[in-house]
Design a protein around this ligand. Structure first.
Ligand SMILES: *[C@@H]1O[C@H](CO)[C@@H](O)[C@H](O)[C@H]1NC(C)=O
Ligand SMILES: *[C@@H]1O[C@H](CO)[C@@H](O)[C@H](O)[C@H]1NC(C)=O
Ligand SMILES: *[C@@H]1O[C@H](CO)[C@@H](O)[C@H](O)[C@H]1NC(C)=O
Length: 974
């Protein structure tokens, strides 16, 4: 407020020119102060970097970022780089009549680049750096028309669009132009090379196209840096480009350029960098390449160059990095490179090269050697003379060639080797135990060779190994238990060998494992149960082995594809459809009744009273067990809560403190981070604490939900997860929540973001205004109750939301009427889906305790350890919800000394032919009875005891659509 006021006064003063010019020198000084104060008033300075700028000062010369001329004391330079300033550039700067250098790079200034103030400033300056801001729009033609004495202009890394104006050619004083990393398009002005003072021009990373102007390029005597990379330029390079004799760096990579390398390039004896990567250049490498004596970096990769290498390569004695990959070069590697003593990286991969590995490959102190995808032959040897590379080489890629012989033991001497790939060759012999000496190795790939013998136990010495691939060899013996020492292993591929023995139990300690393929071996024994603890697993393929015993259940193994375990004749478990001898007896609830299975799921016929009775009795028993279990678990959870309450309270306090939510800091390690998928993260704070008790919207098994508003006025619902001690690690949580955040459907509540600390986790959800279905069904009076049409739409919307979840392979796990919200247009939105995946493992006890509040909706298979939980458990919950919608009754209602289980009650009434009796009384007579009965039947089928008898959600949607339009010919729903 204060600063705004001052700014307003200052502006007033500024605009009254007469007052100012009436005074003399003093006022002239104040001119700079005023100008800068106005400038400051228009920008945001979140870190108070400009706090030394005070309007009461006589002179701004001591201010941060300000440079004055020592004689006149007038401001000549302003350097405010990287201060996180934002806002617009205001008129104030025009006041600084002697400003010649303005550097505002790496801030958040925005606005049209064609803003007249900016144009004026650029005209009057010599050096302008506005790079890495948010300026947008196209560069105005007038900008360069009277460009005065500008020497350097950088507008790099903004959001500029449109063409580079022709007028730029008239700015003859220009020396350095950097317009890189914008979205500029179109061709270059034909006369651009009239800019004979140019020393560097960088137009990289734009969408510029057309040919590179040739006219007068030879007059750029002073040009040193020429960067046109990552554009859409086509045609050939200007023939005379090499006449710019001072060129040090030439980069035309990633364009569509054609032709050969112009002859004139040979004159660039001062050039350090030549990058032509990723074009369509063709032809042979000329002998004159050796005259580029200063070259340190040469990249000709991804072109159509062909022919063999000229011997003159060896004259490039300063060469450090050479990349010739992905061309059609033939012949041998040049022996002469042995003279390039400073060479560190060579990449010849994916050409048609032949011959053997030259001695220099290991005798120079190289860091990287890549020869993959050629036709090299011979053995791989690291002799005495290679000692030089033993402590330097980090990358060795010899894959996909025809190398033969054994892998030398001395490979273990490469103490810096990070990446070793010798796959797809004809290597024989054994896997050298010395691999254990590769202390720095991340990747070892020896797959698809003819290696035999066993995997050496010494492999455990390679403690940083991330990826080990030995598949497609003839390895025998067992997997060494020492593999456990490779504690950061993510990928372990040993498929297609002849490996025997059992899978070492200690493999379960490799918690980072993501991808494991042991298929096509002769592994025996059983799978360790603890494998389910590997929470990062994405694939675990043990198919085509001789494994036996029970498949682990839980975690990744709940959803393991059949193809990953198939062809292990003695493996049992529900996934391979083979019951385990002596496994837990099947609970009685799931004994499929013959009359049920006869009819199948497509028949909506309902069964006899006798069966119903038994099932309902069982459900009642099940319910009682759930309640008891729930009570115990809740007690335990409460104990946990008490312990953690003090910790989370500290954090919660800082939330209500009034800080910006996204900047909340707390001295403890509880400091967390807010992630919004939808962009806007500014919460209204101060007046409203984020988790304000008065704004509580509801409570569920997973936590309490609060309402709050974003700064732009939009409401969101914040769910404070309440699962002490059960939450996953930060990484797992991030991953799972992001997965849920990507699910978007008009019948699903959008997950907008989250906040995580070890003791506090918040989920930020779309706010749905009209409350839950539960509230509408059970808490309203009969006046404002949902009409039949509205109820039907809610059922259909819920079905669509669930079907989408299932398409995205997400199981809701917690279907109930409190989790179906209704928005202001009456549309149903399913919320709280997949929250179970945020818990460390899909442990059934945890599951049933978390959703015990959803009593009555819980599918019977949750009580049964041996049955896999599938999306059919949601169909069950949906079925119960349908009955609830039609009857207006809760799934389980407690009478004085009786428990009424809704679906049993409905079955009974329906069987008795009195269906209309169970329809919600609040609907009065205002419902089509045929439609109601069909919906009830659908609900009952969805709530079948046996999961396979329930339809899937896509079928449910089709049936509902048929029910709604009976005229369009449907199967009789009898
Ligand atoms: C610019 O603002 C965005 C958000 O508006 C922020 O994420 C970014 O860090 C800021 N950049 C700088 C350089 O301050
Ligand atoms: C090799 O590199 C060193 C150190 O960077 C440098 O002094 C030397 O001049 C280089 N040799 C050649 C031939 O460029
Ligand atoms: C694997 O071992 C068996 C005998 O143990 C042998 O018959 C078979 O040829 C071997 N297969 C391979 C691919 O080495």
């Amino acid at each position: 407020m204060w600063t705004k006021l001052i700014a307003a006064v200052l502006l007033l003063l500024l605009s009254s020119e007469t007052i100012l010019s009436a005074n003399s020198l003093n006022v002239a000084l104040n001119d700079d102060v005023l100008g800068l104060m106005v400038f400051k008033a228009d920008i945001r300075d979140p870190y108070f970097k400009l706090s030394t700028w005070k309007e009461e000062d006589d002179s701004p010369c001591k201010w941060f970022g300000v440079t004055c001329d020592p004689y006149s004391n007038r401001v000549t330079e302003l350097h405010l780089d990287g201060l996180s300033l934002s806002g617009h550039i205001s008129k104030g700067l025009l006041r600084l009549q002697f400003l010649h250098t303005l550097s505002l790079s790496r801030n958040n200034f925005t606005g049209f680049i064609s803003n007249p103030i900016l144009t004026q400033i650029i005209k009057n300056s010599q050096v302008i750096d506005l790079s890495e801001n948010g300026f947008f729009g196209s560069i105005p033609e007038p900008l360069f028309i009277q460009c005065g004495s500008i020497r350097t202009i950088s507008l790099a890394k903004n959001k500029l669009t449109g063409q580079i104006p022709d007028s730029i050619s008239s700015c003859l004083t220009l020396q350095n132009v950097d317009l890189s990393s914008n979205q500029l398009s179109g061709g270059l002005p034909k006369s651009i090379w009239l800019l004979t003072s140019l020393r560097s021009i960088d137009l990289s990373n734009n969408f510029l196209e057309g040919e590179i102007p040739k006219e007068k390029i030879e007059t750029l005597f002073d040009l040193r840096v020429f960067n046109f990379s990552s554009n859409n330029f086509s045609g050939e390079l200007p023939e005379k480009i090499g006449e710019c004799l001072l060129l040090k760096s030439v980069d035309f990579s990633d364009n569509y350029l054609t032709g050969t390398m112009p002859l004139s390039l040979q004159k660039l004896s001062l050039c350090n960098v030549l990058n032509l990567r990723g074009n369509y250049f063709a032809g042979e490498l000329p002998e004159w390449i050796g005259s580029l004596k200063s070259l340190e970096f040469l990249d000709l990769s991804v072109n159509n160059f062909s022919g063999s290498f000229p011997a003159s390569f060896g004259d490039l004695e300063s060469l450090k990095s050479l990349n010739l990959s992905l061309n059609q070069f033939t012949g041998n590697l040049p022996e002469s490179l042995a003279k390039c003593l400073n060479l560190t990286v060579v990449d010849f991969s994916r050409n048609l090269l032949t011959g053997t590995i030259p001695v220099w490959a290991f005798s120079l102190r190289l860091k990287g050697v890549s020869l993959s995808g050629n036709q090299f032959i011979g053995t791989v040897e690291f002799g005495e003379e290679t000692a030089a590379a033993f402590d330097t080489l980090e990358i060795l890629d010899l894959s996909s060639n025809s190398f033969s012989g054994v892998i030398p033991l001395s490979i273990g001497n490469f103490s810096s080797l990070v990446f070793l790939n010798m796959s797809s060759n004809g290597l024989i012999g054994s896997v050298p135990p010395s691999l254990g000496g590769l202390k720095a190795a991340n990747v070892v790939d020896l797959s698809h060779n003819w290696l035999n013998g066993s995997i050496p136990a010494e492999i455990g010495g390679a403690a940083l190994l991330n990826e080990l691939r030995l598949d497609g060899n003839f390895l025998t013996g067992s997997i060494p238990a020492q593999i456990e020492n490779c504690s950061v292993l993510r990928t372990l591929i040993l498929a297609q060998n002849n490996i025997t023995g059992s899978i070492p139990v200690r493999i379960v300690n490799l918690v980072e494992l993501e991808s494991v393929d042991l298929s096509f071996n002769h592994l025996s024994g059983s799978l360790p149960k603890e494998l389910t603890n590997l929470s990062n697993l994405v694939t675990f393929n043990v198919s085509h082995n001789d494994l036996e015993g029970e498949l682990p259940l839980g975690g990744f193994f709940n959803t393991i594809p059949l193809s990953s375990v198939s062809d292990n004749p003695s493996l049992c478990g529900s996934i391979v459809n083979q019951s385990c001898p002596g496994a837990h007896p099947k609970p009685i609830v799931l004994n499929p009744n013959p009359s049920h299975s006869d009819k199948g799921s497509s028949s909506l016929n309902l069964s006899h009273k006798r069966i119903i009775l038994s099932i309902s009795a069982i459900i009642a028993i099940g319910a009682a067990v759930f309640i008891a279990l729930g009570v115990i678990v809740v007690t335990i959870l409460n104990l946990h809560v008490r312990n953690s309450v003090s910790r989370s309270a500290a954090v919660a306090l800082t939330f209500s403190g009034g800080d910006d939510f996204s900047h909340t800091r707390s001295p403890s390690s509880d400091y967390g981070k807010l992630v919004m998928f939808t962009g806007d993260a500014e919460f209204v704070s101060g007046t409203h604490a984020l988790l304000n008790k008065d704004c509580e919207l509801g409570r569920g098994g997973f936590g309490v939900v609060y309402w709050t508003a974003l700064r732009n006025g939009r409401s969101v619902a914040i769910k404070k997860l309440h699962v002490p001690g059960l939450i996953k690690s930060r990484e797992d949580f991030d991953r799972e929540v992001k997965k849920l955040g990507m699910i978007r459907h008009s019948n699903l509540v959008l997950l907008e973001g989250y906040y995580w600390t070890p003791s506090l986790q918040l989920l930020i959800n779309e706010y749905v205004s009209s409350g839950s279905l539960y509230k509408h069904l059970h808490e309203g009076n009969s006046e404002n109750t949902l009409s039949w049409r509205e109820r039907f739409d809610v059922v259909l919307g819920t079905a669509r939301g669930l079907a989408h979840l299932h398409r995205m392979n997400v199981i809701h796990y917690n279907m109930k009427s409190t989790n179906v919200l209704i928005d202001c247009s009456g549309e149903a939105k399913v919320g709280d889906f997949g929250l179970v995946t945020l818990l460390p493992s899909l442990d059934r006890h945890v599951l049933s305790s978390k959703i015990q509040s959803a009593l009555g909706y819980v599918a019977p298979e949750f009580a049964c350890q041996t049955v896999k939980i599938t999306e059919k458990c949601d169909v069950y919950g949906f079925g119960i919800l349908v009955l609830e919608v039609v009857t207006g009754k809760k799934p389980v209602e407690y009478m004085e000394d009786d428990v009424v289980v809704l679906c049993d009650m409905v079955r009974g009434v329906l069987d008795g032919g009195r269906a209309e009796e169970c329809v919600d009384r609040k609907l009065k007579a205002d419902f089509p009875i045929d439609e109601c009965i069909s919906v009830i039947k659908l609900g009952l089928v969805c709530a079948s005891q046996v999961p396979s008898n329930r339809p899937d959600m896509e079928e449910v949607i089709k049936i509902l659509e048929l029910i709604r339009c009976p005229s369009e010919g449907h199967e009789e729903l009898e």
